[in-house]
Design a protein around this ligand. Structure first.
Ligand code: ATP
Ligand code: 3PG
Length: 393
């Protein structure tokens, strides 16, 4: 990464405004998955350990510029304090008198978590006044919120225009791993693209065809490609207006010599439920009244073989409706193949990260990205606003 990081700056005695992505799953006022909080600890500890006063800022959910009680950051503050083994201060305001008072009471090595920045309507608008208010609190800006780096908001982008601005360790690691994979991949390089909609993955598929040796297609988006191959897909997910594009991609893959892998067999169901009647059918035999909700056994084997023989694998999007046990086998098989391969494995965040976690394979992966939308946009080849404004080396 050609951006400065916290290693390149002196932080002793400085007040640091550090953007993190603590947008974590919660239930009944408790954090149910603290992966993103843990992922930010190295940066926070580096700052506190080197004598900085650390102001942490994050969003949680999408409160749309209003105070939403369930989206306050108090449960996050509690978990963070437990993980750090240190008392931290949490304010109910994003900025203003309460924050200023807390700031005036901070000593070197102390941590202050301000309230959910999206309670302020200026955050998502990248309002210059809010960005300035954030900057006025600090001497240095650190962005460690890779998960929110695709958003040009006041705390992810605007503030960086007013302060020296550097990346945290998590941001650095995410950009380096994904960047290296896309710019100078070990080969064979395999990308696995699944999930629900073609429209969400257009940019990624397009960009990856230029780079990979194998492109594996699964999940709900596969059926638009199946239709483009000339097969009927019954009641499976289909985006009619993307069929021509799917054809174009298959054509482009052929021209580039990319091995474009499609399901050969699928699990079809007569209902979208765990108790549905199911059967395994060949890809050209999906019954009119049934929908395909997972890849079949031959496809699982074929995909696993390619994954196991790869030196680099990037995975984004499940192979089937993995939330339902009946349709989880394709996603499990792919997760298992990634766990078994000697190649370097990268999970591109979002549902694929949730799936490897759910099936117990997360520790076997080389890198599980903390960014869903952010890693997708990065894989599309887009410049992320939360990175673009950081100071160059
Ligand atoms: N065959 C299928 N039919 C219908 N839905 C499917 C099918 N296969 C997968 N899905 C659904 O696709 C959803 C995931 O799609 P999505 O595109 O959001 O994945 P993702 O890219 O991993 O996640 P994110 O967007 O959070 O990064 C899952 O909820 C899964 O149940
Ligand atoms: O969970 C995420 O992908 C990030 O925290 C970004 O959240 P957002 O999609 O609400 O901007």
């Amino acid at each position: 990464m050609n951006k400065k990081t916290i290693r390149d700056v002196e932080v002793d005695g400085k007040t640091v405004f550090c953007r993190v992505d603590f947008n974590v799953p919660m239930s009944d006022g408790e954090v149910t998955d603290d992966t993103r909080i843990k992922a930010a600890l190295p940066t926070i500890k580096h700052l506190t350990g080197n004598g900085a006063k650390v102001i942490l800022a994050s969003h949680l959910g999408r409160p749309k510029g209003e105070v939403v009680e369930e989206l306050r950051l108090d449960p996050v503050a509690k978990r963070l304090s437990d993980l750090l083994g240190q008392e931290i201060t949490k304010t109910d305001e994003v900025y203003g008198d309460e924050v200023n008072k807390a700031l005036s009471e901070m000593g070197n090595g102390d941590v202050l978590l301000i309230e959910n920045v999206r309670f302020n309507a200026g955050e998502e608008k990248n309002d210059p006044e809010l960005a300035q208010a954030f900057a006025d609190m600090a001497d240095l800006y650190v962005n460690d919120a890779f998960g929110a780096a695709h958003r040009a908001h006041a705390s992810t982008a605007g503030v960086a225009e007013h302060l020296p601005a550097v990346a945290g360790f998590l941001m650095e690691k995410e950009i380096n791993v994904l960047g290296q994979a896309l710019s100078d991949p070990e080969r064979p390089f395999t990308a696995i693209i699944g999930g629900a909609k073609v429209k969400d993955k257009i940019g990624v598929i397009d960009n990856l065809i230029d780079k990979v040796d194998h492109l594996i297609i699964g999940g709900g988006l596969a059926y638009t490609f199946v239709k483009a191959q000339g097969h009927e897909v019954g009641k499976s997910l289909l985006e009619e207006d993307k069929i021509d594009l799917a054809k174009e991609y298959m054509q482009k893959a052929e021209e580039k010599g990319v091995d474009f892998l499609m399901p050969e067999d699928v699990i079809v169901a007569d209902d979208f439920s765990d108790s549905a009647n199911t059967k395994e059918v060949a890809i050209d035999s999906i019954p009119a009244d049934w929908e395909a909700l997972d890849i079949g056994s031959k496809t699982r084997e074929k995909y696993a073989k390619v994954i196991q023989d790869s030196k680099l694998v990037i995975w984004n999007g499940p192979m089937g409706v993995f939330e339902l046990e009946t349709f989880a086998n394709g996603t499990k098989a792919v997760a298992q193949a990634l766990a078994d391969t000697k190649g370097y494995t990268v999970i591109g965040g979002g549902d694929s990260a949730a799936a490897v976690e759910k099936f117990g394979y997360a520790d076997s992966m080389d890198h599980v990205s903390t960014g869903g939308g952010a890693s997708l946009e990065f894989m599309e080849g887009k410049e992320l606003p939360g990175v673009a404004l950081l100071n160059d080396k």
